[in-house]
Design a protein around this ligand. Structure first.
Ligand SMILES: *Cc1c(COP(=O)(O)O)cnc(C)c1O
Length: 431
């Protein structure tokens, strides 16, 4: 017996894990990490696992990136955190300046927070208040999509489509208009006509550009998204792009919105913003939106919203260096090349397997949808457990196996991931 059992027991005794049934947590062979380096995490017994989910979609360049470690060390010498409420901090200004050059939002201002869900809450509140500030008859509704996921706080849950056992909270969710998800070929046509019909009461439309991640990696045609953006502009409805998952290179461009002419008024970022190092998120607002909040000091036009750790200096220093590294290392080119390679590998070795319904991929966001013969067989869980046994860390969304490797993944690592996945699927199929 290694140390892992001991650590799991200590863990269970005091930690409550998110999205996890704690009564069975220990039985599901959780990996308790001792340390992480490069593309691997190492558990308390020294077993190594290739991190094929980027520590739940946040790691971009891997763990222990020397330049990011240095940026963190240098900033700690200057102080870890000071408040951004009514005051500034040099490194946060520098980060916002750097982001302003690359975020596809017109003359943006950035409101920082710590989690993706908070960035979404901020965007929703800004959109709501925008219409009050410009003196238009109240616009109080949002339009969201089937399958959408925007985070777990109440506002983010409201614009999300539910599922994952969160239906219980329905009485707390505010009502929204709901267009079909990306898995419906008519999604953008229906959304455009709903926008036209309901524009006078719509504050905003919120969409995950290109890929609905938590829905199971459903990819959209960029033309459909362009149509959505055009409908919002034609009917003067604010467009919120939730790039928490897709931002910072995941889909082969720095932001997915760039590929589909979306021109968002508000853009939410999180997850990869610090390369997976520290919690940070931000809501970018276009100049038009920002301007509507200007008025006399202490007036009702002010945005009364802010989080204690919003614009944390350590996170900002890492995020700033990370943004530079994406350019210096030509990371986006790697994403594109590896994406094509992964597509071919999945096509050859996984799609033909019995038990696989569909393979979906956009950039380095992939989903392998399994086709279990009956409900409740937990194939997603079993296939991922088999991959973990083979040294590849995977975690499913229901019966969709998620493939979300770091953006700097190599060709041979992709082969390792796909081989472990294919073997595990065969094994589960064989009973
Ligand atoms: C993960 C995610 C969120 C929520 O981010 P948290 O940091 O987990 O709060 C929001 N939107 C999308 C698209 C996400 O994938």
């Amino acid at each position: 017996m290694g140390e892992a059992d001991d650590w799991v027991a200590r863990d269970e005794a005091v930690v409550w894990h998110g999205f996890t049934q704690m009564s069975t947590y220990g039985e599901n062979a959780p990996v308790v990490v001792d340390h992480a380096e490069g593309h691997e995490v190492v558990d308390v017994d020294g077993r190594r696992y290739l991190d094929a989910i980027s520590s739940l979609w946040v790691t971009t360049l891997g763990h222990r990136v020397p330049e990011l470690d240095d940026a963190l060390r240098e900033q700690i010498e200057r102080g870890a955190h000071t408040t951004m409420l009514g005051n500034g901090n040099r490194v946060v200004v520098e980060l916002a300046e750097a982001l302003a050059l690359v975020v596809p939002v017109e003359r943006p201002h950035f409101l920082f927070a710590s989690d993706g869900a908070s960035a979404v809450e901020q965007a929703l509140k800004i959109a709501f208040q925008y219409w009050a500030n410009v003196g238009v008859a109240p616009r109080t509704t949002c339009l969201g999509f089937g399958g959408a996921y925007h985070g777990d706080t109440i506002g983010a849950l409201s614009v999300g489509a539910g599922g994952f056992g969160t239906d219980l909270f329905d009485p707390l969710r505010f009502p929204v208009l709901r267009a079909p998800g990306f898995d419906d070929p008519e999604w953008s046509a229906v959304a455009a006509s709903m926008i036209e019909q309901h524009a006078s009461k719509l504050a905003a439309v919120i969409v995950e550009p290109l890929v609905q991640g938590a829905a199971g990696m459903h990819c959209a045609d960029p033309a459909g998204l362009a149509r959505l953006g055009a409908a919002c502009r034609a009917h003067d409805v604010l467009l919120i792009c939730d790039e928490v998952a897709t931002g910072f290179g995941r889909t082969g461009t720095l932001f997915a919105s760039e590929q589909c002419d979306l021109r968002p008024d508000l853009l939410c970022m999180g997850k990869g913003i610090t390369g997976g190092y520290l919690p940070m998120s931000a809501t970018a607002a276009s100049h038009r939106v920002f301007e509507a909040f200007l008025g006399p000091d202490l007036s009702e036009k002010t945005l009364y919203h802010g989080h204690s750790y919003g614009g944390n200096a350590l996170a900002a220093a890492v995020a700033l260096r990370h943004l530079e590294l994406i350019g210096e290392r030509d990371v986006l080119a790697n994403v594109r090349v590896r994406s094509e390679e992964l597509r071919a590998l999945l096509h050859d070795r996984v799609a033909p397997l019995a038990g696989v319904r569909e393979v979906r991929l956009c950039g380095l966001m992939g989903g392998v949808e399994l086709a279990p013969p009956a409900e409740g067989l937990r194939w997603g869980r079993k296939v991922c457990a088999g991959a973990v046994d083979r040294g590849v860390l995977l975690r499913p969304l229901g019966d969709v196996v998620v493939l979300m490797p770091p953006l700097t993944i190599t060709s041979s690592e992709l082969h390792t991931i796909v081989a472990a996945l294919a073997e595990s699927i065969r094994n589960v199929m064989a009973g």
